[in-house]
Design a protein around this ligand. Structure first.
Ligand SMILES: [Zn+2]
Length: 248
């Protein structure tokens, strides 16, 4: 699969978009590439979106995952929509240039947004470097590089305070050069800031946290809702693992 055209990542401009119309740029065993999409591709610890591509006649092609395209010349925004197993016959009906409607599983994605924003709060609660993170619809798992004990009750109380504080969440952009001069902004050692596009997106939680991030977030910490520390363990001699869950 090769293409000179890049995907426009609509979720980066508005994480609340649940669907969009799009044109098929390429289709193959690797997946479907669109000219624009609301599907977030797995990255920065956050799971890829699921949903469906809907053809003009209403036929739905279930999408089981979204990944960054790896073909030569692919840009970081080029996302491959991976059909659920057994969809080859439906996929064969998709032609380059065809118009489809891309719809994400919004219930699942909104949980990603809440838990992803919560993981930023965690960075404010615990002042340690993060050396691993995974955000799914069920939990946010963070590995902190520290030997210090972590108190579950203290963490939950501080998180509840930050959620109730209704802090605004917004994105801003800085140039690659500015990013290179502000290494202190990077909190997650395992995820490099997305440089190489000329500019880097920062996620600011007003008065709480500021760090480079390309993921999807809610627009106010209040929207995260209740959180609990589901697991707290010593992962290695120098790492403490913490798993957050939403309290419904
Ligand atoms: Zn983020």
């Amino acid at each position: 699969m090769t293409t000179a055209t890049r995907t426009r990542a609509l979720f980066r401009e508005d994480a609340y978009l649940t669907h969009c119309d799009a044109t098929v740029l390429a289709v193959g065993e690797e997946g479907v590439l669109l000219d624009q999409t609301v599907f977030y591709p797995l990255g920065g610890g956050q799971a890829g979106d699921t949903g469906a591509l809907v053809l003009a006649d209403g036929t739905r092609i279930p999408i089981a995952d979204t990944r960054k395209a790896k073909f030569e010349g692919a840009t970081p925004d080029d996302a491959l929509h991976l059909p659920a197993p057994g969809q080859q016959a439906l996929l064969a009906r998709l032609a380059v240039g065809e118009r489809v409607r891309a719809e994400i599983d919004w219930t699942r994605r909104h949980r990603h947004m809440r838990l992803h924003t919560a993981s930023h709060l965690m960075c404010a609660v615990l002042p340690y470097a993060v050396d691993g993170c995974s955000i799914t619809a069920d939990y946010a798992r963070l590995d902190f590089a520290t030997v210090e004990p972590i108190e579950r009750e203290q963490v939950e109380a501080r998180l509840a305070e930050l959620v109730a504080g209704a802090h605004a969440v917004a994105t801003e952009w800085i140039t690659d050069e500015d990013m290179a001069q502000r290494p202190e902004l990077v909190r997650t050692m395992s995820v490099k800031p997305p440089m190489g596009l000329g500019r880097v997106r920062l996620l600011r939680i007003e008065g709480v946290d500021l760090q480079p991030c390309g993921g999807t977030h809610v627009q106010n910490t209040r929207e995260i809702g209740g959180l609990r520390v589901a697991k707290l363990e010593k992962k290695s001699a120098r790492t403490r693992r913490l798993v957050l869950e939403l309290v419904e």
